[in-house]
Design a protein around this ligand. Structure first.
Ligand SMILES: Cc1cc2nc3c(=O)[nH]c(=O)nc-3n(C[C@H](O)[C@H](O)[C@H](O)COP(=O)(O)OP(=O)(O)OC[C@H]3O[C@@H](n4cnc5c(N)ncnc54)[C@H](O)[C@@H]3O)c2cc1C
Length: 408
């Protein structure tokens, strides 16, 4: 009974799919790295739409070292208040929106996918095995150690530079190279700082108490609402805060290409402060407190995907960043991946034969594709990446917040 399902990638989408599908199906996950749950860790928001699904899957809050979001702040580049809104989704949507680290989420999803104590067969995760080539029509993959894997269904959850996507989109359904993402000449200066650094800054101390005010602050562009420069900050635990300062890639563009990476470490904090010098220095001085402790920060290249002509071909389906990578502005990347995973669990419930898969996938695509593309476009809009003709997003957000507060 049940299907044999092969998943490529044990990131957030792949593990969540394993967690939602294991109750009934036999799951094998192929992962190119050794899972260490720490490397390139960053803060992540899981908003009520997705967190309620993880609760349904049995996520254990106590393992997330999380802060519960209760506030949204919109401020100018000079740190003057525009809007401060309550954002406690426990009251409005019946589930919390949480701020945590990717590593904690991934570890919990790993448990949900593999624990012998949970219902169904634990997913088998094979680490250090890279998928080199894919035939989407047959759902067959070849791996770096010379093996082949196939099942009733192949799921590509291999992230933004997906080899499975390249196969699904190719004319013959085959590929042996990774697909490229869309660049917007946008990077993020990233720093993770202790809350004590906020507490000691008089103009930022309003962010320092995660018990009363965990949330997300957006310092908008000093160059106007349709400019992409901005600094986002949010709690990532009851003790820490993350800064994401968006700016142009400048000379880093060549380094991303040269080293084939989207993350550059060891960049002097002064470089971030210079690129973001139009913001209040109390905000940019926070870059001196990055946890590296050596006066350096990280630079992350930001990419996303244009809407794809299709997400599936033959025996293969794409989920997560592999088909709808979004910029981080809306904080919805993993949220929509979790929605994919849960929806897949629903449409494949009681599907036990090859013959039934096609109509199940049609249902999945109907529920998911338009929604994910809507979120991706909204995220570009929030980041002012659609050009001036798209108009400002902030005004719409402000009106929505006012409506929520009953002040419109
Ligand atoms: C700075 C930043 C902040 C963000 N903040 C948020 C936020 O607040 N909220 C939110 O919802 N989202 C956020 N996101 C987005 C979110 O992290 C992603 O959408 C999410 O991690 C995507 O999960 P995924 O499993 O699809 O891809 P990934 O997490 O990239 O996982 C892909 C996996 O596939 C493996 N893999 C790749 N190729 C192969 C191969 N050939 N063979 C085998 N394995 C392979 C990789 O090793 C990896 O483990 C943020 C992203 C960034 C960069």
């Amino acid at each position: 009974m049940g299907l044999d399902i092969v998943i490529v990638g044990s990131g957030l989408a792949g593990l969540a799919a394993g967690a939602f599908l294991r109750k009934q199906h036999t799951i094998t996950i192929l992962e190119k790295s050794k899972l260490d749950f720490q490397q390139n860790d960053y803060g992540i928001s899981v908003i009520a739409n997705a967190y309620s699904l993880l609760q349904k899957a049995g996520i254990d809050d106590t393992q997330l070292d999380m802060a519960v979001m209760t506030k949204l702040w919109q401020r100018t580049a000079g740190n003057e208040e525009i809007v401060t809104a309550d954002f406690d989704t426990r009251k409005t949507f019946g589930a919390p929106s949480v701020l945590t680290k990717r590593s904690h989420l991934q570890r919990e999803l790993y448990r949900l996918a593999t624990s012998a104590a949970l219902k169904g067969q634990p997913a088998e995760i094979i680490e250090n095995i890279k998928v080199k080539s894919v035939d989407a029509n047959t759902g067959m993959v070849n791996t770096s150690d010379g093996r082949s894997f196939s099942g009733d269904l192949l799921i590509g959850a291999d992230g933004i530079n997906s080899v499975v996507r390249a196969a699904v989109l190719s004319s013959d359904g085959k590929s042996a190279c990774e697909a490229l993402a869309t660049s917007h000449d946008l990077l993020a200066y990233m720093a993770q700082i202790p809350l004590s650094a906020l507490a000691s800054s008089p103009s930022l101390s309003f962010l320092a108490d995660p018990e009363t005010s965990a949330g997300l602050v957006n310092f908008s562009s000093p160059r106007g609402r349709t400019d992409k420069l901005r600094i986002l900050g949010y709690h990532t635990s009851p003790r820490e805060f993350q800064l994401v300062g968006y700016a142009s890639e400048e000379e880093f563009a060549a380094q991303f290409d040269q080293f084939g990476t989207s993350i550059i470490k060891g960049v002097p904090a002064s470089r971030a402060k210079h690129a973001l010098s139009e913001f209040d220095s109390a905000i940019t001085d926070l870059y001196d407190h990055h946890r590296s402790g050596d006066g350096t920060v990280e630079v992350w290249g930001i990419r996303d995907l244009d809407p794809l002509p299709r997400w599936s071909l033959g025996k293969t389906l794409l989920i997560g960043d592999s088909c709808h990578a979004v910029t981080p502005h809306a904080g919805q990347g993993c949220n929509i991946a979790f929605e994919d995973a849960e929806a897949l669990g629903v449409v494949l419930e009681d599907v036990n034969s090859d013959m039934e898969i096609e109509s199940a996938l049609e249902k999945f695509l109907k529920i998911r594709k338009e929604r994910a593309e809507f979120v991706a476009n909204g995220s570009r809009h929030m980041g002012a990446l659609l050009g001036p003709e798209a108009g400002p997003f902030d005004e719409g957000a402000k009106q929505a917040l006012e409506q929520l507060e009953g002040t419109a």
